[in-house]
Design a protein around this ligand. Structure first.
Ligand code: ATP
Ligand code: MG
Length: 223
């Protein structure tokens, strides 16, 4: 579960304060699927990086899976993220010198997850990339890189998965495959899903749709 209280983010730009996320209260139930929508620049990526503990808020508090992580030092936060959080970036963030399989295995190796190899291989099969497992990111198409990034995000069976436009570069068959993988993790392992999407089909599968506008919740189907 995720509980944000008056969570906010602002930046100093040319001596002026730019509020990107206005103080926001948000509770997302464990094992639920929340979709986040909103125009470009409305703050979706920023909100995701705050809720996942990848970035620090300028104010407010954040509880993830029962732990108030707001004041944790970065080292403790990083270990927590590795174990409990999966993040699919809008621009993938794959490690250029590692193959697809090595990229997927990387978070598992960091946490010493012994069963990771089987899991990584089965994930790559599930998303149709078995034949591409030895390719480097630059030898993969955008959609293939996106699927590798999704496998990497879920290899440690995280409690909470954040995905920023995970189907943005995929055709409808590949998008269905990826969403199925994420929804299975929710159904079978009780993972919480928070997915930024422009896709109506993806939003339709969500338990709740939160729409952002200028850094505020403009509409929330679960409120
Ligand atoms: N480091 C930064 N410094 C200043 N402003 C920033 C910074 N990062 C983001 N912003 C601003 O915050 C706003 C929200 O950005 P964000 O990336 O969260 O939008 P988004 O909803 O994800 O958009 P998109 O759909 O295009 O991905 C934008 O206006 C952006 O210019
Ligand atoms: Mg974005």
């Amino acid at each position: 579960m995720i509980r944000a209280q008056a969570l906010e983010k602002s930046y100093q730009v040319n001596g002026r304060t730019l509020a990107v996320i206005h103080p926001m209260d948000l509770y997302i139930k464990a094992a639920s699927f929340a979709a986040i929508q909103g125009r470009s620049g409305s703050g979706k990526t920023t909100l995701l990086t705050l809720l996942s503990g990848l970035d620090r808020p300028t104010g407010g508090r954040l509880v993830l899976d029962e732990d108030d992580i707001t004041d944790w030092p970065e080292s403790r936060m990083a270990a927590f993220r590795n174990k409990k959080i999966g993040f699919v970036f809008q621009d993938f963030h794959l490690i250029p010198g590692m193959t697809a399989l090595e990229n997927v295995l990387f978070p598992a190796e960091l946490s010493g997850n012994a069963h990771a190899r089987e899991r990584a291989e089965s994930l790559l099969r599930q998303v149709g990339l078995w034949e591409r497992r030895k390719h480097l990111p630059r030898q993969l198409s955008g959609g293939e890189q996106q699927r590798v990034a999704i496998c990497r995000a879920v290899v440690n069976r995280p409690k909470i998965i954040f995905a920023d436009e995970p189907t943005g570069n995929l055709d409808s068959a590949a998008a269905d495959g990826v969403m199925q993988l994420l929804v299975d993790l929710k159904e079978e392992e009780g993972a919480t899903l928070v997915v930024v999407t422009h896709s109506a089909e993806v939003a339709e599968q969500a338990d709740r749709v939160i729409t952002l506008s200028d850094g505020e919740v403009a509409h929330d189907s679960g409120a």
